[in-house]
Design a protein around this ligand. Structure first.
Ligand code: ATP
Ligand code: MG
Length: 724
């Protein structure tokens, strides 16, 4: 059989890894060296040459997007669909197992997934019910404690608190939280992995089934696996399956969430005869970009050490733009994007990367103004919006009465006269009798524990749910949404909200109906009603992107979500001490190294052009700060960087973006002695920088971006601007 098409596009080391006989294998290599490519080709090789059934392959990737891409690429190489193959994220795969074996997992068939926000709220309410002081027991810390233990595979019963009172209390909260989730059939993200692991531990027959099924387990981004994920892989591989893992210690960026770089070392110890493959040629970036990224990462200690080289072109030097403030930064970036597009490039080749989600707002504002379609990954996702979560909470209650998190969310929303005191009674009753809130309501009504008015209001709520359930099974998914929105009166409720906000909420609810209409359940999970499938999808998958998928868009995302991706033109923004590296990490050497790896990940996303930006002033989270350029900028060998002067290119680009098509916009001097990019002072607005000039003589106007007051057009004959 001619299999050259599987190997032709690979270099020797890659080819060897792809076509090697089965063994445990670790591909340890730097960014852009073809790890993911090797993994994809390996799967194709196994199926085509080793005659492994797609059914016997399990591939784990980092995002659902990556999983879909991987499946697509394999099918393209092989020219056949590979439906039986399991490809997904750890969470997606664990979810699938729990759905298939809910009984063994000790869950109700209709169990619901709690996202991190749901979990936080549930914990807050629990702490209240336990009468714990919020100051002393912040819900976020408790959440962190619980998830941290779960990521380590630790249940409350495993923790020996040695009579340490603080720890003892934490364990007690963890226990109560567990009981609460169990009663409600609620599973948080960390729980999914832990439970899936426990199913196997507790059911050797099931484990044996999956062990013999998955002969080949392949894992991308292995450096970011945590303890429970590692244990999961180890258990599943058993003695008979082969693990093929690829990773890069320099790109480990999830330590804060429990990921363990050490898993790379452990792997070679725990599995017999691991063959390690190193790939050293980078195919993604220009030599200039690679040199800068390599220069940065050498500042980390204890690296496994790699020598990454490219025989690609030198390319433009990495550029650094010192912006006046965050608006100037955004305007500059968008100007460069416009210029790039004018050269015949496409929008989806451009990525704007940043450390913190909140940074996207100003870019969004300016992109909108410039009429440039964009897409934000992460951030406030569609399914995380309040109105959408309200609607989903009703649906969750329809699917599962005992879902306490959903109950709390909507019991008096829209308001129906159920006061906080009644709800507190319901909570107390539920806790004392170890029943769900819904069951508590029923008993309270039956036994008239609350006064007549309160009972009546609660009965009203039960009736609404009853009404929702009636005949819902006969409806299509989108009709179910309509039905629930009507009966809950959510739409009516939001309709009363004034202005834009209410309007956009209604639009979002409509969007939910169309999402339901277009929803195609993942046919792999058997026995799941469309409603349950949709609810799981809303938590697990749908959040990865927003905006129209088919439109050519500029991509905006945090550095964390950029992992594994590549773009010809990359802007890495907000390179300021305190923002990136993050304030909280600056004094802790280990965390600082993780930030540096994050920066390395960001830089190595770029194929052709990399532009680093920092702002002298920035307003973020409502606070104005003046920051030094990031220490990472100082760590890159300076001869590899090119500073961009405000006066020349940047200003021209900025001016171009700002120019509305209808306004003639001379770039030249307006005869006022002012020029674009110049710093000026205004009596009332303070300091600013000139972004645009137009008109002549008494009509001359300037657009000035003020540090405090934002961008303003000023008529120069009135406004007294003093050059700085
Ligand atoms: P990361 O560490 O960022 O995840 P990676 O090691 O997984 O990177 P890939 O994404 O697989 O790298 O590959 C980087 C780029 O190089 C891709 O565009 C890929 O198609 C290309 N590439 C990889 N190997 C080769 C090769 N032998 N010849 C040509 N192009 C290659
Ligand atoms: Mg990769």
């Amino acid at each position: 059989m001619d299999v050259s098409y599987l190997l032709d596009s690979l270099n020797d080391a890659q080819r060897e890894a792809v076509s090697a006989p089965p063994a445990h294998r670790l591909v340890l290599a730097g960014a852009g060296s073809g790890k993911t490519r090797v993994l994809v080709h390996r799967i194709a090789w196994l199926i085509q040459v080793e005659h492994v059934s797609p059914y016997g392959v399990l591939a784990v990737t980092f995002t659902n997007k990556a999983a879909a891409e991987m499946r697509g690429r394999i099918e393209k190489i092989l020219g056949i669909p590979v439906g039986g193959m399991w490809v997904g994220t750890f969470h997606g795969l664990a979810h699938r197992l729990l759905r298939a074996h809910w009984k063994e997992a000790g869950l109700p068939q209709t169990f619901q997934i709690l996202d991190s926000d749901d979990q936080y709220r549930l914990i807050r309410r629990l702490l209240k019910a336990m009468e714990l002081d919020e100051e002393k027991w912040p819900a976020r810390q408790v959440q962190h404690f619980i998830n941290g233990r779960k990521d380590e595979g630790i249940r409350p019963a495993h923790i020996n608190h040695h009579e340490d009172l603080f720890l003892k209390q934490q364990v007690r909260i963890y226990e109560e939280y567990e009981a609460l989730c169990n009663r409600g059939g609620l599973v948080d993200f960390a729980e999914m992995l832990l439970r899936a692991h426990e199913i196997w531990l507790n059911h050797p027959d099931l484990l044996a089934h999956y062990q013999s099924r998955f002969q080949h387990i392949l894992v991308d981004e292995f450096q970011d696996t945590n303890t429970i994920q590692y244990a999961w892989l180890q258990l599943l591989a058993g003695k008979q399956s082969y693990l093929f893992v690829v990773g890069d210690d320099d790109q480990s960026i999830y330590g804060w969430r429990g990921a363990k770089i050490e898993n790379i070392h452990r792997f070679s110890k725990d599995f017999p005869a691991v063959e390690t493959v190193r790939l050293e040629q980078n195919y993604r970036s220009t030599a200039a970009i690679l040199a800068a990224a390599n220069g940065l990462i050498t500042h980390n200690e204890g690296r496994l050490g790699k020598n990454l080289w490219t025989d690609g072109e030198q390319g433009d030097p990495v550029q650094v733009y010192a912006a006046f403030n965050e608006y100037d930064e955004a305007i500059y970036v968008i100007g460069r994007i416009q210029a790039w597009l004018e050269q015949g490039n496409v929008r989806s080749d451009v990525a704007i990367l940043y450390r913190s989600n909140a940074q996207s707002r100003v870019f969004e504002e300016k992109l909108l103004q410039a009429g440039t379609p964009y897409r934000v990954y992460g951030g406030q996702r569609f399914f995380e919006r309040a109105e959408i979560k309200d609607a989903l909470a009703y649906l969750r209650l329809v699917a599962n009465d005992n879902d306490d998190a959903a109950f709390e969310r909507v019991v008096n929303h829209p308001p129906r006269g159920i006061g906080e005191r009644s709800v507190a009674t319901v909570r107390d009753y539920a806790r004392q009798h170890e029943v769900s809130l819904m069951q508590a309501v029923q008993s309270i009504i039956e036994n008239k524990i609350l006064n007549g008015r309160a009972c009546k209001a609660l009965t009203g709520f039960l009736n609404i749910l009853q009404q929702m359930k009636q005949g819902i099974d006969e409806l299509q998914l989108d009709e179910q949404m309509e039905h629930v929105l009507e009966i809950s009166r959510l739409r009516e409720h939001y309709g009363k909200e004034k202005g834009e906000k209410g309007q956009s909420r209604i639009e979002n609810l409509d969007e939910l109906i169309s999402a339901a209409r277009q929803f195609e359940p993942n046919e792999d999970i058997e026995g799941l009603t469309p409603l349950l499938a949709f609810l799981a999808y809303a938590v697990l998958e749908a959040g990865e992107g927003q905006g129209s998928a088919n439109e050519e868009c500029v991509q905006l995302m945090t550095l964390h979500s950029a992992k594994g991706l590549e773009f010809p033109l990359v802007f890495l923004c907000g390179l300021e001490d305190g923002l990136f590296p993050h304030r909280m990490s600056m004094d802790d050497p280990a965390r600082l190294e993780e930030e540096r790896r994050l920066c390395y990940v960001g830089m190595t996303r770029a194929c052709k052009v990399l532009i680093l930006c920092h702002a002298e002033r920035r307003r973020l989270h409502g606070m104005e700060s003046f920051s030094r350029p990031s220490q990472f900028l100082r760590e890159i060998p300076q001869d590899l960087l090119e500073n961009i002067r405000v006066q020349n290119k940047a200003a021209q680009y900025s001016a171009k973006v700002l120019a509305q098509p209808s306004i003639p916009f001379p770039l030249e001097d307006t005869g006022t002695g002012l020029r674009i990019g110049q710093g000026v002072h205004h009596e009332k607005f303070g300091e600013g920088v000139i972004l645009g000039l137009e008109g002549q003589g008494s009509h001359a106007r300037a657009q000035v971006n003020f540090a405090h007051a934002g961008a303003k057009w000023l008529v120069l004959s009135y406004a007294k601007l003093t050059p700085m």
